[in-house]
Design a protein around this ligand. Structure first.
Ligand SMILES: [Zn+2]
Length: 199
């Protein structure tokens, strides 16, 4: 089931996610709904906060991004990142590589807003998978960027926090407007808002 995506201005986006100690039916259903919601919105990742749940749970799928390369190792073995998607990641911890790279980034909670962000070029992520098993991913390229963006969400950190001061100044009026729109509409769950937020 597709879920409404929470927009900037909703306080849940600033909430740190609770750890998931046990994978139960509710967590599995939420993960499945988040994957469907991410695919429908053509996003490369979606965090639980973005569907109104402050949990350490995120989904990632970079297989639709043809123009940006990624590399990936899963539990120490190199794999094809495209055929390893979608990823379901619980309780992640990230180690960042030393090199960094600047690239344009967007976020499903900030419609039509993008900005250049400096992030680590490579990451190692340790987490739990949907079977409750430990998961270790090494990544570079778009996948490394997406993992950093999503883990930030799980800690209440947003991509605008990582923009340069100049970029933030340039976006200030658009961010204010988006925040106001979100605050005045409130969080609307249900099918009407699903339709309104599509696309
Ligand atoms: Zn985002």
């Amino acid at each position: 089931m597709k879920l409404p995506i929470v927009r900037y201005g909703d306080p849940v986006l600033r909430a740190k996610g609770r750890r998931i100690e046990m994978v139960d039916e509710r967590v599995r259903e939420l993960a499945a709904n988040m994957i469907e919601t991410m695919h429908e919105a053509h996003g490369v990742g979606l965090a639980a906060q973005q569907v109104g749940e402050a949990l350490q749970l995120t989904v990632v799928d970079i297989s639709g991004a043809e123009d940006q390369e990624s590399t990936m190792s899963l539990d120490g073995a190199e794999v094809d990142p495209k055929t390893s998607m979608p990823l379901v990641i619980l309780n992640p911890e990230l180690s960042l590589g030393a090199e960094s790279v600047i690239s344009l980034e967007g976020c499903l909670s900030f419609p039509e807003i993008t900005g250049e962000i400096r992030r680590a070029a490579t990451v190692t992520l340790r987490a739990m998978d949907l079977e409750g098993e430990p998961l270790e991913i090494e990544a570079s390229g778009l996948l490394a960027r997406a993992l950093q963006h999503e883990v930030d969400h799980l800690n209440g950190v947003l991509f605008i926090d990582r923009m340069s001061a100049a970029t933030k100044v340039a976006l200030r009026s658009r961010l204010k407007r988006l925040q106001k729109e979100t605050e005045s509409s409130g969080r609307q769950l249900g099918s009407a808002s699903v339709a309104a937020r599509a696309g």
